[in-house]
Write a protein that binds this ligand. Structure first.
Ligand SMILES: Nc1ncnc2c1ncn2[C@@H]1O[C@H](COP(=O)(O)OP(=O)(O)O)[C@@H](O)[C@H]1O
Ligand SMILES: [Mg+2]
Length: 453
């Protein structure tokens, strides 16, 4: 279903700069959409047109099929449903305290005092800033300010959030936290639109991409379709995403499987063809056709984990006693990733799972869970890029636990499941404290009844 649409949109600034022209866009509900283009390509102007802050010279913007009207009552309705987070948080945040800032939007919509309080508290909790509610926003870090701005928009429960360059000026951890939040909101059905010139982010994150150049759209499609097109990227002054660039290089050398477009490091790792032949020294009694156990191998020879038990068949024995063997890998033992939904948590249970489940790698997603772990002395091995890093550890046979809340749990599970489906490598996964399958714990017949706690 199309939720937001622009038709032949054109906008000219008073100094006669044409910032947008011929823009025809269709945003589907519940999607994650990225507008990618160089500075000055028209992204910010388009975003201001898409929530009624600017009025087009020509063309129309439609929300749920109805054209925008520009009287103040209609604009208030539009801005409640289509929230915008500006590139610079200081343009957005102005109240004396974090609480008051977030309350501004809902109070303006005429909500009752109780409802405003509920919305603000809920938003603060979602972005992990409850402890800072009485602070003046201008004392916060860049990442915290961005989260305040986002909470202010989320407090109005919009259907669409538009974020202009949401990661500019954030450190990698702060950036990760914002993306985690956006994924979480999206999981609950909010349509998310971002602008960025970060091709890696757009490629990895979005469902659909628009490429802008010189105030116009010059390309669109799924990230896989769009970022394949070298000519298009060149025209837009963009480069190829790094994962894709590496993939094409390995493919060119005949070292990659099939026609893939890996988006994440685990997917990229999985496209490498295994080295199936190798030279080994063999004892004199070994004959061609024999099977050898090469024991545990490392590095290049272990394709799915750093250490892998490998058997080999002897194909040929050279005069000098060295042999060419074909490696046989079977029964690749991968570990798994368990998720713990902290919306409903018991510390005793978490501690028990860590201990009894022999979790060797623990991660947390979202600020709230990082604070939860820190407060309770739970050591975290990873706090950013948690899903991918857990998958990589699971491929090495390790058991991982991710602390996540609500929608993030489903998001993580979906990502892991997608990886399993694409790669064909079986990873154990499950949500430990929801009534869903969780093989390790069910199969551990001598283990404690963790699920019942
Ligand atoms: N307030 C303004 N007045 C005049 N020209 C502007 C204004 N804001 C942006 N522009 C111009 O409009 C074009 C598009 O800018 P913008 O929408 O900010 O692009 P982007 O967000 O992709 O960097 C650029 O040529 C820019 O210089
Ligand atoms: Mg801009």
């Amino acid at each position: 279903m199309i939720i937001l649409e622009t038709r032949n949109l054109k906008y000219t600034y008073p100094d006669e700069t044409v910032a947008c022209k011929d823009l025809n866009i269709e945003i589907k509900k519940g999607k994650k959409v990225a507008f990618v283009g160089q500075n000055g390509s028209g992204k910010s102007t388009l975003f201001l047109l898409m929530n009624g802050t600017l009025k087009p010279d020509e063309g129309e913007v439609h929300f749920h099929g109805i054209p925008f009207k520009y009287d103040s009552k209609s604009l208030r309705e539009i801005r409640k449903s289509i929230g915008i987070v500006f590139q610079n948080s200081d343009d957005q945040i102005f109240a004396p305290t974090v609480y008051q800032d977030i309350a501004f939007g809902p109070a303006n919509l005429g909500y009752s005092k109780e409802r405003v309080d509920f919305c603000v508290k809920h938003s603060l909790e979602q972005v992990g800033l409850s402890h800072l509610q009485d602070k003046p926003p201008h004392h916060l870090s860049g990442g915290q300010k961005k989260r305040v701005a986002l909470a202010g928009i989320m407090a109005m429960e919009p259907e669409i959030i538009i974020l202009d360059e949401p990661l500019s000026n954030l450190d990698p951890i702060g950036a990760d936290e914002i993306m985690d939040l956006l994924n979480e909101f999206n999981q609950f059905g909010t349509t998310i639109i971002i602008s960025t010139h970060d091709v890696d982010l757009a490629y990895r994150w979005s469902d659909y991409v628009y490429i802008m150049s010189n105030s116009k759209l010059i390309g669109q499609g799924t990230p896989t379709e769009v970022f394949k097109e070298q000519e298009l990227l060149k025209k837009a002054g963009l480069r190829q995403p790094t994962t894709l660039e590496i993939y094409y290089e390995i493919e060119r050398r005949g070292l990659a499987y099939g026609k893939n477009s890996p988006k994440t490091v685990p997917e990229l790792v999985n496209t490498f063809k295994s080295l199936d032949l190798m030279w080994v020294d063999v004892p004199p009694k070994v004959k061609e056709g024999d099977s050898l156990n090469l024991g545990v191998m490392y590095g290049d020879y272990a394709t799915h984990s750093p250490y892998e038990a490998i058997n080999a068949k002897v194909l040929h024995i050279h005069l000098d006693g060295r042999a060419i063997v074909e490696l046989k890998r079977k029964g690749i033992k991968a570990g798994g990733v368990l998720l713990y939904d902290t919306n409903n948590y018991s510390l005793k249970e978490i501690r028990q799972i860590l201990k009894e489940g022999e979790m060797v790698f623990v991660g947390a997603m979202g600020k709230k869970n990082k604070i939860l772990a820190e407060k309770n002395g739970i050591h975290l091995d990873v706090t950013s890029g948690v899903i991918d890093k857990s998958i990589l550890m699971a491929l090495c046979g390790k058991r991982c636990l991710i602390l996540a809340a609500g929608g993030m749990v489903d998001h993580a599970l979906r990502r892991i499941r997608e990886y399993v489906e694409k790669s064909g490598i079986e990873l154990t996964m499950g949500i430990v404290n929801r009534k869903e399958s969780c093989k390790w714990l069910e199969e551990a017949d001598d283990g404690p009844e963790i699920l019942e706690l």
